[in-house]
Write a protein that binds this ligand. Structure first.
Ligand code: ADP
Length: 159
């Protein structure tokens, strides 16, 4: 059974993340959407809230599970017997960061690879940070977020 992890901040999960997840779930037996506790970024949602929003969003994808993790991603991957990690590549702007992360993770664990999927073009310029900004400024977003996420954002931002 081939298990992979899909680690990220997911602050909050968007349909871009879901697109990547669905692609990975068609290739691998088990995909663990892995919500990072220590992200190096200050997050709007707590790790428990991010995890809960992810759980709600993936409930209809059969071979996907949601777990939170802390510490090095390669250590978490080892704990859950994952052979690789999935990342999404959007525009060229993602490339340099993703490449350096992938190389460092291979250095930390040399039997561990990073596999990239590209999203559908409609999600190419979608990011959690842009979503947070638009909602905080009173905008509304159609078809870019899983059900319930926009409402959770408004609640969190007291809108
Ligand atoms: P991180 O802080 O680890 O980058 P994110 O939640 O921002 O966490 O993203 C997790 C992964 O999902 C990253 O590989 C990122 O490039 C990818 N991703 C984020 N948004 C999209 C999107 N709209 N389309 C495809 N991949 C995406």
């Amino acid at each position: 059974m081939k298990t992979v992890i899909y680690p990220g901040t997911f602050d909050p999960i968007t349909n871009g993340h879901i697109d990547i997840l669905k692609k990975a779930s068609r290739v691998f037996d088990r995909v663990i959407l892995s919500v990072a506790e220590d992200t190096g970024k200050s997050t709007l949602f707590t790790v428990e809230e991010r995890e809960q929003l992810c759980r709600g969003a993936v409930s209809d994808i059969a071979n996907v599970e949601v777990m939170k993790f802390s510490g090095l991603v390669v250590n978490f991957a080892r704990e859950v017997n994952a052979i690789a990690m999935i990342r999404g590549l959007r525009a060229i702007s993602d490339f340099e960061y993703e490449l350096s992360q992938a190389l460092m993770n291979e250095k930390l664990s040399n039997r561990f690879s990073t596999i990239f999927f590209v999203p559908d073009y409609k999600y190419l310029y979608l990011s959690s940070s842009m979503i947070r900004q638009v909602i905080s400024l009173g905008g509304s977003i159609n078809n870019l977020l899983p059900p319930g996420v926009e409402e959770a954002l408004r609640k969190k931002l007291n809108l």
